[in-house]
Design a protein around this ligand. Structure first.
Ligand SMILES: [Zn+2]
Length: 347
């Protein structure tokens, strides 16, 4: 168990250092492959300001960090705050995010980020306040656990259905990250020797359900002669990838290929999530992510139906909910990494 987690799980009403620090707002940054979402929250986690910028598509970690800093400053300006008014800044990052050192490695969906970059230190120097880093899905699940759809439960499994399929675990009120890599539910094998996953292996749940994997499959099917409106809708919307909105539109039009691929995704989500439920027996499964939030309750109940045949204890399935914090959830969850009871530095 990491010290930071103990700290942020401590009851809010004890150990208040001083009245000033109790009031200090916090910053949160959700660093995604397509967008950087930032928030400023007050001690009750109410959003005081927010700003979003596209993630740079070229350059390297320093370019990404520059946009992150600019987006957070915009959010702070909205809240009439300067950086030094903050108790600190939390970041939910893709790739291998080391909470202890603030180093982010192998964030392959970010430009030029194949190596390691000291993101925490870099931004802390710019902001003049402490910066804490966590895994993007872990912090979003923590946000739902403390403030959203998971509030009433002690043990939850978060499944973030988006570009990939991420996972986060809270067991008995505590985040479980194993030796740093737990929760990778997207890479649970649902079909031995099955579809090629973006991780290079075969048969992972993400290979069937991840937005990127589904897009690759759709392109292959079109090459083989399949008819679909997916790419026409993509172009009409000025997109260069099949976003969750593009999938939703195609489904509404009854597009055969889109319907087939999403049905396949839902089936495999059912297989994979049921297997995880058999192992962990969580009280609830929270479905988030770009596709999960867009498709909402209707799809969550479809996933539940697909899980059912695979549940060992099928008369007592877990509660199934859509994440409720919405687009800002990742950034609000990241802000929870900062312990507001630690006074902001006065330097
Ligand atoms: Zn995989």
């Amino acid at each position: 168990m990491r010290a930071s987690q103990n700290a942020r799980l401590a009851p809010v009403m004890v150990c208040i250092v001083s009245p000033d620090s109790e009031q200090a707002p916090r910053g949160g940054i959700d660093l995604g492959g397509t967008k950087i979402q930032t928030v400023i929250v007050d001690p009750d986690n109410k959003v005081l300001g927010e700003s979003r910028r596209p993630t740079p598509e070229t350059g390297g970690p320093e370019d990404v960090a520059r946009e992150m800093a600019a987006a957070l400053r915009e959010a702070a300006a909205q809240a009439n705050l300067g950086m030094r008014d903050l108790a600190g800044v939390g970041i939910g990052s893709p790739g291998d995010a080391d909470e202890q050192t603030g180093v982010v490695s192998d964030a392959r969906n970010l430009p030029g980020w194949d190596g390691a970059f000291p993101l925490g230190e870099h931004l802390s120097e710019q902001f003049g306040v402490p910066v804490r880093i966590g895994n993007d899905v872990d912090v979003a699940v923590q946000g739902e656990f403390e403030l959203g759809a998971g509030k009433q439960f002690d043990t939850i499994l978060g499944v973030w259905w988006g570009t990939g399929v991420g996972g986060g675990l809270i067991l008995d009120g505590k985040p479980w990250i194993g030796r740093g890599a737990a929760g990778e539910i997207g890479h649970m094998v649902v079909m031995r020797g099955g579809a090629r996953c973006t991780c290079g292996r075969r048969g992972c749940m993400e290979a069937y359900a991840g937005r990127l994997a589904m897009e690759i499959k759709a392109r292959q099917e079109v090459k083989k002669g399949a008819k679909t409106d997916l790419f026409r809708i993509m172009e009409e919307r000025g997109r260069d990838r099949l976003t969750s909105g593009v999938w939703e539109r195609a489904l509404k039009h009854g597009d055969d290929l889109a319907t087939h691929l999403i049905d396949r995704a839902v089936k495999m989500l059912g297989v994979g999530i049921a297997s995880a439920v058999n192992l962990l027996d969580p009280e609830a499964v929270i479905i988030g992510g770009g596709l999960g939030v867009r498709f909402g309750e209707q799809y969550v109940s479809r996933i539940a139906t697909r899980m059912h045949p695979h549940l060992f204890v099928s008369d007592r399935p877990p509660h199934m909910h859509v994440a409720t914090l919405g687009d800002l959830g990742g950034a609000i969850g990241a802000a929870l990494l900062v312990d507001a009871r630690v006074p902001a530095p006065t330097a």
